[in-house]
Design a binder for this molecule. Structure first.
Ligand SMILES: Nc1ncnc2c1ncn2[C@@H]1O[C@H](COP(=O)(O)OP(=O)(O)OP(=O)(O)O)[C@@H](O)[C@H]1O
Ligand SMILES: [Mg+2]
Length: 316
């Protein structure tokens, strides 16, 4: 079993109140499965994904990921697990805006200390597999929504993780770009990648083999998808690119902390000494300042971000 969650509970502390969000979640996912998690807004999907993705810890319960109990791991250990095992895709892409597609895809390799000479080939391969070999030098602002999401998928997969975790991956896209993203997921699934995809849209969930429904923090159904939809594959890059014009432009709510966290910057490989690490650090700072998300003392804010427990904030 690749993922084994047993009696997982999660509460947030809100003021003095304890807000229970997930209740006794029991879930097993085997290697190579393609699972959709559905549920209405506020049902706890992202909270569950953050736990599955080791971005946050459960309040209680056991989570065994690829043979290792991770529920009680320290943040640093979790970042190593994330780096090895999991690729992330989010609704709002979470790309660094001042970096090219190629540089965005390269970042996780830098943080994993992959030698420079190998990195370029891996990035070109990853971007080619999402039909973006002709857009490698483009910055996110020069890409459509669908193209940005494909860069994010290339970045998620460039380290060859076993698991792809996606939170509303088509939520910000027009339907055509959404279908292309589903086509890429299908290709990855056929290559053996385990996919866990969160969506509130039934038509998107139907691309998966198994659909789990969550309601008020509890799993209310867990079924084989009998209406599985399969994407007709187009390996023709120009065809894929031609369909981009109508992609929705979305104002992301990107937070530098999340990007750093999914890339495992800072918390892993402290002794990292590649000259390019400076580029990456600078870009986080530029980005933070651009967005006004972090105030003057960037280092302080960054440290705080890492000390903060999890994506959603308070934890118990
Ligand atoms: N940091 C937090 N502190 C307190 N409550 C939180 C926190 N983060 C999330 N919650 C609560 O947990 C519940 C589940 O939130 P979650 O983000 O997991 O929902 P979701 O199913 O992903 O919703 P959506 O479809 O809108 O993204 C919500 O009621 C939310 O208010
Ligand atoms: Mg959510």
């Amino acid at each position: 079993m690749l993922l084994h969650l047993e009696d997982i509970n999660k509460s947030y502390i809100q003021g003095k109140m304890d807000v229970p969000v997930l209740h006794d979640i029991n879930l097993d996912i085997e290697e190579g499965e393609y699972v959709a998690i559905m549920g209405p807004s506020g049902s706890g999907k992202s909270t569950l994904m953050n736990i599955i993705g080791c971005l946050d810890k459960p309040t209680s319960g056991s989570y065994v990921l690829d043979g290792n109990e991770v529920a009680n791991m320290k943040d640093k250990e979790l970042s190593i697990v994330r780096n090895k095992c999991i690729g992330f895709v989010f609704q709002n892409f979470n790309l660094l805006p001042r970096q090219s597609a190629l540089q965005n895809v390269e970042l996780p390799l830098q943080y994993a200390n992959v030698p420079r000479r190998l990195r370029k080939n891996l990035c070109v391969e990853a971007l080619t597999s999402v039909a973006l070999e002709e857009r490698m030098s483009f910055k996110p602002t020069q890409l459509s929504g669908g193209q940005k999401q494909r860069v994010a998928i290339a970045r998620a997969m460039v380290n060859s993780p076993k698991i792809l975790l996606a939170d509303e991956p088509t939520g910000a896209l027009d339907s055509k770009s959404g279908i292309q993203v589903m086509g890429l997921f299908e290709k990855l699934h056929n290559e053996g990648v385990t996919i866990v995809m969160i969506t509130h849209a039934r038509e998107i969930a139907e691309y998966a083999d198994r659909i789990i429904t969550i309601f008020d923090g509890q799993i209310t159904s867990d079924e084989i998808n009998k209406n599985k939809v399969v994407v007709k594959h187009s390996d023709n890059a120009s065809e894929v690119n031609a369909a981009q014009e109508n992609s929705a432009v979305v104002k992301g709510t990107n937070e530098p902390n999340i990007i750093e966290k999914i890339l495992n910057a800072d918390s892993i490989y402290d002794e990292f000494e590649d000259e390019n690490s400076f580029e990456a650090e600078e870009s986080f700072e530029d980005y933070s300042n651009d967005n006004g998300n972090l105030s003057g003392d960037n280092d302080g804010a960054k440290a705080e971000g890492f000390a903060a427990s999890g994506v959603n904030g308070g934890e118990r």
